[in-house]
Design a protein around this ligand. Structure first.
Ligand SMILES: Nc1ncnc2c1ncn2[C@@H]1O[C@H](COP(=O)(O)OP(=O)(O)OP(=O)(O)O)[C@@H](O)[C@H]1O
Length: 345
């Protein structure tokens, strides 16, 4: 069992408030990614849950019990770091067994737990290897097995795969899902990488400047950002100015329905991959612009289109556009996110 509840959690380093009134709940068996840019305060939250940092105010409950004043070793949490902190003088099996031995678990039951974790993390056959004989990915598997064998209520993971290459990271994401299915361990997973957060977790919580800005399933936070900052974090870097009247956003030759209230200054935001380009048609009432930049990026090219309302960034898989070409733009209504302009930072 592993439930976690953070209430109005505020954490300061000296005079600096790093986490402000954070509320977050994890259900039993859930994987939640705490996502945010560098410096947002993600590791600080993990350290507070693990008992390595006292909260300034607010509360932390694990399985419904207040945990704020429990020392780290009595919180029933395990923290996995970016670098696997393994014992170099022990082999793989001994590393995994270490915590269990320290807590007095020995004999057949302990051996069974260890063997199960070795199987789940795919370390069979490596039990007698020394740590320095393992790859980075294998070392992180040992760190995971060593933590999981303790059957913690909450597994805390602090960017555990960020030092691995892209292919290995993908494999480790799969491993995390397998571990969750087989052990039902509740996990709080910290990452700055949105595709990692989406690939690993049931829900994502976005932290910006120490404040939780949106929490929900991956598709929801990505496709329905709550405000301008969240939209920007998820890549909506095209901002069209306009206003909202009678249920429509009007601006930049765009008219899209919105449920937002009337407002003189509003913005519609859209990701570069959602903008469509067409050869310009004379007399069309579609927004137009001239291609002022083309950057080849492999599968896609990033184009800058200069319009009368400013530059628009477009990702295109079609390589046949030319610098200086006049183009028509389409902003599909279901990909535009409309907000009152006052929300913008
Ligand atoms: N011991 C400390 N003393 C003072 N300030 C700190 C301390 N640790 C972290 N900070 C500051 O608190 C803020 C949040 O840091 P934290 O490490 O929690 O962010 P993060 O989102 O995990 O970032 P990263 O992804 O870069 O690790 C940062 O501004 C950081 O400089």
């Amino acid at each position: 069992m592993g439930r976690l509840e953070l209430r109005e959690l505020t954490i300061r380093y000296g005079a600096k408030t790093v986490i402000s009134e954070l509320n977050l709940q994890l259900q039993d068996g859930e994987i939640l990614s705490l996502l945010g840019p560098s410096g947002a305060g993600k590791s600080t939250v993990l350290k507070a849950v693990a008992g390595l940092l006292p909260p300034f105010s607010g509360s932390i409950a694990i399985n419904g019990q207040p945990a704020d004043h429990l020392p780290a070793e009595r919180r029933d949490t395990v923290l996995i770091f970016q670098k696997p902190l393994l014992f170099p003088f022990l082999n793989v099996g001994q590393n995994i067994a270490f915590g269990l031995r320290m807590t007095g678990h020995r004999g057949a039951a302990a051996r069974q737990r260890i063997e199960r974790m070795i199987a789940i993390t795919g370390l069979q056959g490596l039990e007698l290897r020394r740590v320095h004989q393992l790859s980075g990915g294998q070392q992180q598997r040992v760190a995971l097995a060593r933590g999981l064998v303790l059957e913690p209520s909450i597994l805390l993971l602090d960017e555990p795969f960020s030092s691995l290459d892209a292919e290995l990271r993908e494999q480790m994401r799969e491993l995390i899902r397998t571990i969750q299915q087989q052990t039902k361990t509740t996990m709080l997973f910290v990452t700055h990488d949105q595709s990692e957060a989406f690939g690993v977790s049931d829900r994502v919580a976005l932290l910006l400047d120490g404040r939780l800005r949106q929490t929900g399933p991956p598709e929801q936070v990505f496709y329905r950002p709550a405000d301008v900052d969240v939209a920007r974090f998820f890549g909506c870097n095209n901002v069209l100015p306009g206003s909202i009247r009678d249920g429509y956003f009007h601006g930049a030759r765009v008219r899209v329905p919105t449920e937002r209230a009337d407002c003189n200054e509003a913005v519609a935001m859209i990701r570069p991959e959602d903008v469509r380009l067409y050869p310009a048609v004379p007399g069309s009432d579609r927004p137009t612009g001239r291609i002022s930049g083309i950057r080849f990026q492999g599968a896609m090219s990033r184009l800058t289109v200069t319009t009368e309302d400013g530059p628009v960034s477009v990702l295109s898989i079609r390589p046949h556009w030319h610098l200086g070409e006049l183009v028509g733009l389409e902003f599909p209504a279901d990909r535009l996110h409309v907000f009152p302009a006052g929300q913008e930072k």
